[in-house]
Design a protein around this ligand. Structure first.
Ligand SMILES: [Zn+2]
Length: 69
């Protein structure tokens, strides 16, 4: 278990949830800058992406995100 870079507290593993219309999906990291789409909001087809793991400090609440490939 890692240590908080702000206060040296204990970091707890979690994830950020995206809530849509009837969907709940853990956030993912996408390479590059977002490109708008009139159909889906943002184009993601063919874009390299990874699941985001978010660590939270149990003392100060600091969040640290990782997208490991
Ligand atoms: Zn902390």
């Amino acid at each position: 278990m890692s240590e908080c870079p702000k206060c040296q507290g204990r970091m707890e593993e979690g994830f950020i949830l995206d809530v849509g219309y009837g969907t709940r999906t853990p956030s993912r990291w996408y390479a590059g800058t977002p490109v708008s789409s009139i159909w889906t909001g943002t184009k993601i087809r063919g874009v390299r992406n990874l699941p985001v793991v978010s660590l939270r400090c149990q003392r100060c609440g600091f969040l640290e995100n990782y997208a490991k490939g």
